[in-house]
Design a protein. Structure first.
Length: 179
């Protein structure tokens, strides 16, 4: 795993072989973060990374200046890896939640500036995830929600849809929460 830019830019971490996550490609992540930088930047912002996997997106948010990042991941191997990288970086701005994303969405009371979700593309509840996020306490006016998905999904009919970005086989739907 490579952190692309920011204070931890170009740092690399060996991902354990028994991780089952499908990490967002460096190419897609770099381009997405360029888009997000142009929307609102990251200084003094908060971010939530749902289905965090290796934590690459969480660490990119931290590296680029977010002062509070929550990574939610259910798998113990992935959670341990995220914790190990955070300890190596010595960054205490990362809050790791080992647990079910759906329960987190339902029970969380903190709103974030950015909410990123990269569920497994074949997750049985994939179609309902964007709506659950958009209707949750995770968002407030101005929150940018990013859903990573395959080309076969279309979320453009949901409220707050702003744009779809395609980078190779990776698709991102971006939403901006209105007043």
């Amino acid at each position: 795993m490579r952190i692309i830019s920011g204070k931890y830019g170009r740092r690399r971490f060996d991902v354990p072989r028994n991780i089952t996550a499908r990490p967002t490609t460096d190419f897609a992540r770099e381009n997405l973060f360029n888009v997000l930088e142009n929307l609102d930047g990251f200084e003094d912002k908060s971010a939530c990374d749902l289905f965090a996997g290796t934590g690459a997106v969480s660490f990119e948010f931290l590296s680029r200046g977010c002062d509070y990042v929550t990574a939610v991941e259910k798998a113990p191997v992935q959670t341990a890896f995220i914790k190990k990288v955070a300890e190596t970086l010595g960054d205490d701005h990362l809050h790791i939640v080992r647990g079910d994303v759906f329960r987190f969405i339902e029970e969380n009371s903190r709103a974030y500036d950015y909410v990123f979700a990269d569920p497994p593309y074949d997750h049985e509840r994939f179609e309902e995830i964007p709506q659950l996020i958009l209707e949750s306490a995770l968002v407030k006016p101005g929150t940018v929600v990013i859903i990573e998905h395959s080309k076969n999904r279309d979320f453009s009919q949901l409220p707050g849809f702003n744009q779809r970005r395609v980078y190779g086989s990776v698709n991102f739907s971006l939403f901006i929460i209105q007043e």
